[in-house]
Design a binder for this molecule. Structure first.
Ligand code: CA
Length: 231
């Protein structure tokens, strides 16, 4: 399991974030002070990523990030209440990989975390709850196969998968899909939809060698049957 260390002095935020990440399949250690962070780093296995609050009662995240960088090889996501760009630059200078403001949603924090883990090769895709999981990357319009292979999508393919993956496991009605895929004033109907889907399924099959998770639901529309995360 991927280990994450949360360093945050607000108990509520520390708990919410920790609970959420545990639910999402991470192993979470929590620290409320710089001192706790140091002892966690000394005693426990090195975390893959540290979520680091800038304002701690006994230290600040900028100094701590620089300190961590000297002794530990792990990702650092800095969390701050402030959003100004001077802080952001300071965050990166001190060694943070990602800088997030605290009003980011838990989903946004998770997405940043996964993207960092993917970049550092620390995202296990073949064990635990990640087994067989696909990722729809909304920033890059890509579908990432469970083996980490990324597939570039066209605008239409992305719109189709975006709707399907948001309703993972449920059937999406043809009418909804046609509406989502039609451009303003353009003509788009069921036949176009089927053509897009069959092209996409072939494309996925060719690139990954995996059976396509896009299935026909007769009389209704389509569904995505595999586990998928939208980020
Ligand atoms: Ca704080």
């Amino acid at each position: 399991m991927t280990r994450i260390l949360i360093v945050e002095d607000e108990p509520r935020l520390r708990q919410d974030l920790g609970d959420f990440l545990e639910l999402r399949g991470f192993e979470v250690t929590r620290a409320g002070t710089a001192r706790d962070m140091r002892s966690a780093l000394a005693d426990d296995p090195v975390p893959a990523v540290i979520l680091l609050d800038v304002g701690l009662p006994d230290g600040n995240g900028f100094d701590l990030a620089a300190e961590i960088r000297q002794s530990h090889d792990c990702g650092i996501i800095m969390l701050t209440a402030f959003g100004d760009s001077a802080d952001r630059v300071r965050g990166f200078d001190s060694g943070a990989d990602i800088y997030l403001v605290k009003h980011s949603t838990l989903r946004e924090i998770e997405a940043a975390l996964r993207s960092l883990l993917r970049r550092t090769g620390n995202l296990p895709t073949t064990e635990g709850s990640d087994k067989g999981r696909w990722v729809l990357d909304t920033a890059n319009w890509a579908l990432i196969a469970p083996d980490g292979q990324a597939l570039k999508l066209t605008a239409t393919e992305f719109a189709f998968l975006n709707l399907l993956c948001h309703r993972q496991g449920e059937a999406c009605a043809r009418e909804d899909l046609v509406t989502a895929l039609a451009r303003p004033h353009g003509h788009f109907d069921n036949r176009h939809l089927d053509a897009v889907v069959s092209r996409l399924r072939r494309k996925i099959g060719r690139a990954t060698g995996l059976p396509s998770a896009i299935k026909v639901v007769y009389g209704v529309g389509y569904t995505f049957t595999a586990s998928v995360v939208v980020e």
